[in-house]
Design a protein around this ligand. Structure first.
Ligand code: NAG
Ligand code: NAG
Length: 267
């Protein structure tokens, strides 16, 4: 009957294992080249492969300097720069910030990942009578929230972890406006609502927001949507690749979370 081969083909397709999740690419070297290179050199590599990196001499004789130096990474490499260009009320921004960026930063730590938050996104600025005015994609409320977050980041600048925790607390709340006060009380009790409001309604807030506008408008290539993620000056297309990308780029000794081979998304 005709269905029998068709059925077995279907069965075969079902048995083919699924596409494996993307592994962490740290340390993936071009091992196939090693043998070819070692043929033409004088000192012969007699060491088993697990000894190639046991000394500088071995690594040189076995033509594995590049691979071994990746293993001998310094402890204190600079953190990987991650910049987020976003706006307070865009749902994708809220999702990315609270469900991907923040947890990834908590897992990797600030010594591995240097986060810069730039609330402005698709807003526009115009100069009216010598002061900057802003209009936002999701209306006046979004402009207010962007400004409050800008001021939280400004006032807590030297304590960035606290600022990020407060912004995350706001972005993950149902009502961001009313969440600010409890978020501050919990995570940044040293600054008050009055401090933030004074900044947000005065010249300091405008000045900081203008800086955000400049940073956003000078992106190269220009942003075409939000959230716009820039890792070490390169736009990251796929937000779920954030952890892999930072692990891959970090030059220091990577945290254990990077050594797992089955992650691509944190939820
Ligand atoms: C983190 O990024 C900011 C903004 O780009 C920069 O000014 C700062 O020096 C960076 N911090 C570290 C520790 O690299
Ligand atoms: C700019 O300032 C002038 C004088 O103070 C005022 O008459 C005018 O309405 C202002 N324009 C705007 C757009 O606010």
């Amino acid at each position: 009957m005709a269905w029998a081969p068709l059925a077995s083909l279907l069965l075969l397709l079902l048995l083919v294992p699924g596409v494996p999740s993307v592994p962490c690419q740290v340390g993936s070297g071009s091992h196939s080249q090693l043998h070819r290179k070692s043929q033409s050199t004088k000192p012969v590599c007699t060491q088993p492969v697990y000894n190639w990196c046991s000394s500088w001499e071995n690594s040189r004789i076995c033509q594995a300097e590049k691979e071994c130096s990746a293993q001998w990474r310094p402890l204190d490499a600079p953190p990987v720069s991650v910049k987020l260009f976003y706006e307070a009320l865009c749902p994708g921004c809220r999702f990315f910030l609270s469900w991907m960026l923040f947890p990834t930063w908590v897992l990797l730590g600030k010594d591995v990942m240097n986060v810069t938050l730039v609330p402005f996104g698709n807003a526009k600025e115009t100069q009216v009578n010598g002061t900057w005015e802003f209009t936002c994609q999701h209306g006046e409320l979004e402009c207010e929230l962007n400004m409050l977050q800008t001021c939280v980041l400004y006032l807590l600048g030297s304590h960035f972890p606290n600022a990020f925790v407060v912004v995350n607390c706001m972005m993950s709340a149902v009502d961001q406006t009313t969440s600010l006060e409890p978020c501050l009380k919990l995570y940044a009790p040293d600054i008050s609502m009055e401090d933030v409001t004074q900044c947000a309604t005065g010249p300091q807030g405008k000045k900081m927001m203008h800086q955000n506008a400049m940073m956003t408008n000078h992106l190269s290539p220009p942003h075409t949507y939000t959230p716009w993620i820039v890792v070490e000056e390169t736009h990251l297309e796929n937000p779920s690749e954030l952890l892999n990308t930072v692990c891959h780029l970090y030059q220091g000794e990577v945290p254990d979370i990077c050594k797992r081979n089955t992650f691509s998304t944190i939820r």
